[in-house]
Design a protein around this ligand. Structure first.
Ligand code: ATP
Ligand code: MG
Length: 243
């Protein structure tokens, strides 16, 4: 991809929804390159970092992730809201203390960002709404029969979350991250059996999630058999809405 950059005129608060392996991480990377104002949080990367650091949250999440199940909503909400605060996108975390009257957090008005992988359930979406209003929801669609074929050739640079595919998006040096030169690894939950379970989980939870955003009028669907097919459509729509 040529590294053309574009300016966004309006604050874009974007979330990406799609089946496991659809390419949310790949699109996120490309959006960050094209729109330097954007920053991103990937819920999966945050969880994997907690697993690597052996935090209590990471230890709790690990077996669920390995089984292709979702991490509980309250755990995810705490993780994401503290990340939003530490990035300076909101001024305070969601009030979880039942004794205090919850006040709406202050949102940094110009913050433009992408959430990759959060929210994943209608309950997470409802909680996120109280923290930050999302104004563009992208539903990425690729047939599962195509995703399953490419999942085995997916390699990641775990510390950054950069994603490669040896079939169509290979690293410059085989087995090495383009930026750091560090070794690439495969995700333990990218085994075919776990991927199937993740897909089932996605199919169960995404319907009410998509309906939630459909009702709000900010849902946009994009289809393609590859990330290269999807990116130009996504760029065009973002420029139409925020450019
Ligand atoms: P991909 O990264 O290939 O697009 P994915 O959406 O399955 O696929 P991640 O977003 O990296 O992968 O998530 C990996 C795992 O982390 C999930 O299977 C789930 O166990 C957990 N997870 C990530 N985000 C959430 C969330 N918002 N709520 C609950 N669990 C989550
Ligand atoms: Mg991902």
């Amino acid at each position: 991809m040529a590294s053309v950059t574009r300016q966004l005129k309006k604050a874009a608060r974007i979330i990406l929804i799609g089946a496991p392996g659809v390419g949310k991480g790949t699109q996120t990377e490309r959006l960050l390159t094209r729109y330097p104002q954007l920053t991103a949080i990937s819920s999966g990367d945050l969880l994997r970092e907690n697993v690597r650091r052996r935090t209590p949250l990471g230890i709790q999440a690990e077996s669920l992730m390995q089984a292709g199940k979702l991490v509980p909503d309250d755990v995810m909400l705490r993780l994401i809201s503290s990340e939003l605060v530490s990035r300076g996108w909101i001024s305070q975390p969601a009030s979880t203390a039942s004794t205090s009257v919850p006040s709406a957090p202050e949102i940094a008005p110009s913050a433009s960002f992408i959430l990759d992988g959060f929210p994943r359930t209608a309950a997470q979406a409802a909680s996120l709404e109280k923290l930050v209003p999302i104004n563009f929801v992208v539903h990425l669609l690729t047939p599962p029969s195509i995703i399953i074929k490419r999942i085995a050739s997916r390699w990641v640079h775990a510390p950054s979350g950069r994603v490669y595919n040896t079939e169509f998006n290979p690293p410059k040096v085989p087995g090495r991250d383009d930026v750091t030169g560090e070794p690439l690894t495969q995700r333990p939950d990218d085994s075919i059996d776990t991927w199937k379970q993740r897909l089932k989980q996605f199919e169960e939870t995404s319907k009410p999630l998509l309906e939630h955003y459909e009702a709000k009028g900010c849902l946009w669907r994009v289809e393609g058999n590859s990330s290269d097919e999807i990116s130009p459509k996504l760029f065009a729509e973002i420029e139409r809405r925020f450019g």
